[in-house]
Each structure stands twice: as structure tokens, then as C-alpha cells.
Design a protein. Structure first.
Length: 562
């Protein structure tokens, strides 16, 4: 196993993030000289199955999020203030059926697709390569239908597996720097990533995908809670080792990366001290036996764990410092540093939604990753609605309690948008306008930047979500790399949903890192791309997925894996 000196990997030594980012960049040369191939016989299994622990079936008669999708997405930053102020609301507002709804529309199975090399179980949120490396865990107090404990969610058979019995919210709150949001919530959902499941295809670069894939899940989760008038908050600052130990994760195989406090203001006043075991006393407990991820050996990518360790927080003081960094983060405005050819304010409102206002649940079921665009124009109002809905504040710890900051800048190449000249643009959030940087950009440029894929030449518009990486790392340390990727993933998830809500399609992409930065320079000088998303009118009629629960059993999943 790869060895390194943990004492030298501290969050404030940002060279680790800079070196990782540089080493995992795509270029024409790196793509052409890569000798990597996909060993289909060793493809990772899609579900984590505990072979010796019993499962608890989740209710299957849960509701669909019914609030219209655009409202659900755009109002994430102002989730029902009355919920936070209400003191008489009981915990029955979040019961096991509501939990089942949140889990399903975040990461449940919506499509089953059979191919010669196996069955794909497509899920509510997109994932790079449809490999789904993100696992969800639940830490809760007693709620109607479920006793307090620590649970793992399996979308395959739609069950929870109990890992610990008792209310661990106080310990989880302590690990997150005495988080009041966790203490005020009956449920916290923890996102983890299983490294090999995505590295099988994407190798060391897959560490970036941990946060893209968890970000799009978080977008679904936040939208679902908004639709249910439930206040939620995302947390990335916590002592990694404590949370990993709480979830009994295998070291150097799976790691916790983010948390979502669900139902803020709805928890009991005090945490019951009925835990059967403390985190410290359980440090020697072995991880429960799980079904092997692949039929053959997993390949280790030490760069992933080196970067993860370098961006880990080791004590509560570091967590509090991380949380306080939000107040000092002031992203520089680069609008005046380069010539702007033209500026056009966004145009959005009810007319763009007058004929099609489906609920969020229906849009999540409809959502896919488009595989063909028709080279047709979308309207400027559709583009404006996507930008408005996708770039509102996010309730996320490193962005401040109000989510009024951002680490992400939105650049784009416009190929076909009615009322907007073809070219490259920067979205000025504060002014609510598009600023044109270049005219007459050939439409094959967007495809070239996205690894030469024609799909993104055919798209009406391609968004490039970028950040000033050095500025972010200087404020947040190496963990800022996780944060910027995660925020970009959330925005990408909101772009997906707001596009499908307007009868458009969307697809995420990787890219030639330096080529994107050079193309958008001098405006994007010193900025790095986190993720790209193409949007347009699909060249086919997308068919909706469905709620698939209870069709697979644990024994069937194990049998299919043999």
C-alpha cells in the first residue's frame, strides 16, 4: 500500500491541492497517451451490501415532491423562514415516510437498462459514467417509524441497514464544530464516496468526481426539502476521522465528504443519552462485512488518498477555523479587468413556464443525461431562467449561514440562443446580466473544449463552471478544493433540473483544463474549470423514469453479482 507521512499533510499546505489539480488535468496529449482500458470483468458493483446485517424496508408509498421544479430549485436559498421560526412543530413533520421520499428523490433508482455487459440501474441524480460512487448514511433521533441510530441507505432494495443504535447527533455535531444545525435537526444525511467505484474508469482524476456526483445529489435533496417546506443545511467542515469511524467505513476505500442537516428547527430540545456505545469506545470495531466491490482486485490510486488526507480536518479547532473562513472569503470581481463587448440583462418570469409547470418529483423522474442535441435554438428567457434558478445562494457552511457567497463563476459558449449573439459570455451575478467576451465563436469550439465530443458542439449552450483556485485555497486550505468542486456540482445539478423543467435536455462533461482557461482569458486568467454542462433541445423525446422500489432484494443483488 502507498505510504506517506500524515503529519506533513495538513490542510493549510495548499501545494497538495495545486499539485493534485495539475497532475490530473486533461490535455490532448494526456488523452492520446493514456494506456488505460476498462476491464469489464472487474467493473465495480453498483450497490454496497452488508452481508451479515439485517435490513429495514423503507415505506414505498411516499409522496412525490409536488412544488413546481423551478420554484423548488430557485428558492433553495430562502427555505421557508417560518419553519425555522416555528417552535411548536413536532418531529412528526419528518417521519420515516418523509425520509424515504428524500432518499429516493436524491439517490433512488428511476430506470433499469439492460446492456450486453450488464444491467444499469439509473438513479434520480446523474453520476459520472453512471458509476454512482456516492453512498448515503442517516444519523437520526427517534422519528415516527424509525428509532434513533446510524443507518446506511441502499437504493437497490430500498432499505436501511442499522450500523449503530442510539442518538449520535451530539457526537456528530461535535465533530462538525458544535454544529447547531445538526443539533436542531432530527436527521442528518451523510454523503460518502467509494473510491474504486469511480476510479475503475476515471483513475486518479476521479477524486474530482466525488464532489461533482455528491453535488448533483445535494441539488436534488435540497429541492426535495424545499418542496416539503423543510429547512436544510449542507456541511463540509467536520473532523474526517470521527465521522468515518461513526459510519464504520473502510480506511482508504470509502470516506465521508459532506453532510445535510434535514429539518432544522424540528428536533427535540435535548439529545437522549441512550447510545449503547460511544465513538471513542468503538474505534476498534471492525467494519461490517460487505459484498466485495469487484470480482477481482481493486486498483489503488494513491494520489486520491494523498489529496483526501491533505484536505482532512483533524480536530475541532480546524473545523471552527474552516467555518469562520466564510466571513473572510471575498471573491474578486474581474469584470473590469477585461474588455466587455456587450452586456445584456437576464429576462425571466412566468411566460417561460406558462405552458409547462411540472412538480419537482416529475422532473427528477424525467431527468437523464442527454445523448443527442438537435442543434436548435433555445430562447433567451429559457437561458435566463436556468441561470436565475441555478445560481441563487446555497445553504452551505463555507458560503456562510445565508449562502450569500460563491466560489464559482459561470462562463459559457452560446451556439443557439434566440436574441443572443453567438459567442462566449460571463455571467455577472451581481448585475444579473450576460457580458459578451468574444463574438462569432465557431460552434465546434464548445465540443473541442469538452474533449472533442460532438454532443457539446451540438448543444445550444455549454456552461463552464470555474473558480479562482488559488484564492479559494488561500482562504479554505486544501479543503477548499473539495468545496469548490462540490458547489460546482450543486450548480450543475440545478442546471440539469431547471433545463428539464423547461423541456430541454442537459449533459455534464469533463474538459481540456488549460484549453478552457486559455479560451476564456484574459477574463478567466488564473481560473480553473470545475465542471462543464451542455444544454439544448434533445434530438429525441425523452421518456420519463419511474419510482422503482421493492423490485430487487438483497439476495437477488448478491446473486446478480456472482
Amino acid at each position: 500500500m502507498y505510504k506517506f507521512d500524515v503529519t506533513k499533510l495538513v490542510n493549510n499546505e495548499i501545494r497538495f491541492a495545486l499539485e493534485y489539480h495539475e497532475a490530473t488535468k486533461h490535455s490532448e496529449i494526456s488523452i492520446q497517451t493514456s494506456g488505460h482500458y476498462l476491464d469489464w470483468d472487474n467493473k465495480p458493483r453498483p450497490f454496497k451490501i452488508y452481508t451479515k446485517l439485517p435490513s429495514i424496508p423503507l415505506p414505498q408509498d411516499f409522496c412525490k415532491p409536488s412544488l413546481d421544479a423551478i420554484t423548488s430549485i430557485s428558492k433553495i436559498d430562502s427555505i421557508a423562514e417560518s419553519t425555522a421560526k416555528t417552535t411548536t412543530t413536532t418531529t412528526s413533520a419528518v417521519d420515516i415516510k418523509k425520509l424515504a421520499e428524500i432518499l429516493f428523490f436524491s439517490a433512488g433508482i428511476t430506470r433499469e437498462m439492460n446492456y450486453p455487459y450488464g444491467t444499469y440501474y439509473m438513479r434520480a441524480a446523474s453520476a459520472t459514467g453512471a458509476l454512482y460512487p456516492i453512498e448515503l448514511y442517516v444519523v437520526c433521533q427517534d422519528i415516527p417509524g424509525l428509532r434513533a441510530g446510524v443507518y446506511h441507505f441502499c437504493p437497490g432494495d430500498f432499505t436501511l441497514t442499522e450500523l449503530r443504535s442510539g442518538d449520535y447527533r451530539a457526537k456528530l455535531s461535535a465533530a462538525a464544530g458544535e454544529s447547531e444545525n445538526i443539533m436542531a435537526s432530527p436527521i442528518t444525511i451523510i454523503f460518502s464516496s467509494i473510491a474504486w467505484r469511480n476510479a475503475w474508469k476515471y483513475q486518479a482524476r476521479s477524486y474530482r468526481h466525488w464532489f461533482w456526483d455528491s453535488g448533483v445529489i445535494a441539488a436534488n435533496l435540497l429541492g426535495t426539502t424545499v418542496s416539503n417546506n423543510i429547512k436544510s443545511f449542507l456541511i463540509m467542515g467536520f473532523v474526517d476521522e470521527i465521522v468515518n469511524r461513526l459510519l464504520l467505513l473502510d480506511d482508504k476505500r470509502e470516506a465521508a465528504i459532506a453532510m445535510a442537516a434535514i429539518g432544522i428547527g424540528l428536533s427535540k430540545n435535548q439529545v437522549e443519552s441512550n447510545s449503547k456505545e460511544t465513538i471513542s469506545s468503538s474505534s476498534s470495531l471492525p467494519s461490517p462485512e460487505v459484498l466485495p466491490l469487484s470480482k477481482k482486485a481493486e486498483v489503488e490510486y494513491p494520489e486520491i488518498w494523498r489529496m483526501h488526507q491533505a484536505s482532512s480536518l483533524s480536530n475541532i479547532q480546524e473545523v471552527k477555523q474552516w467555518s469562520n473562513s466564510a466571513s473572510s472569503f471575498k471573491k474578486q470581481d474581474q469584470t473590469s479587468k477585461t474588455e466587455i463587448l456587450n452586456s445584456q440583462p437576464l429576462q425571466y418570469g412566468e411566460p417561460s413556464l406558462s405552458s409547462f409547470q411540472p412538480g419537482l418529483g416529475d422532473i427528477i423522474l424525467l431527468r437523464g443525461s442527454s445523448r443527442r442535441f438537435a442543434r436548435k435554438s433555445i430562447s433567451f428567457m429559457q437561458l435566463s431562467t436556468i441561470l436565475h434558478a441555478s445560481t441563487r445562494g446555497i445553504p452551505l457552511d463555507f458560503l456562510g449561514q445565508e449562502g450569500d457567497r460563491t466560489a464559482i463563476d459561470v462562463y459559457m459558449i452560446v451556439n443557439n440562443v434566440e436574441g443572443l449573439e453567438r459567442g462566449s459570455y460571463f455571467f455577472n451575478r451581481s448585475a444579473g446580466s450576460l457580458e459578451q467576451l468574444k463574438r462569432n465563436v465557431p460552434r465546434n469550439m464548445s465540443g473541442y473544449l469538452c474533449l472533442g465530443q460532438n454532443l457539446f458542439s451540438d448543444a445550444s449552450i455549454v456552461f463552464f463552471l470555474m473558480t479562482d483556485l488559488l484564492e479559494v485555497l488561500s482562504t479554505y486550505g486544501n479543503r477548499g478544493y473539495r468545496a469548490a468542486q462540490f458547489e460546482a456540482g450543486i450548480i450543475a445539478g440545478k442546471i440539469y433540473l431547471s433545463s428539464y423543467a423547461q423541456q430541454l435536455g442537459a449533459s455534464g462533461s469533463t474538459f481540456f483544463d488549460d484549453a478552457v482557461s486559455e479560451f476564456f482569458s484574459p477574463h478567466a486568467k488564473d481560473k480553473s474549470t470545475m465542471i462543464a454542462v451542455g444544454v439544448g433541445i434533445t434530438g429525441y423525446k425523452a421518456r420519463s423514469g419511474k419510482i422503482i422500489v421493492g423490485t430487487l432484494s438483497k439476495s437477488q443483488i448478491i446473486k446478480e453479482s456472482l
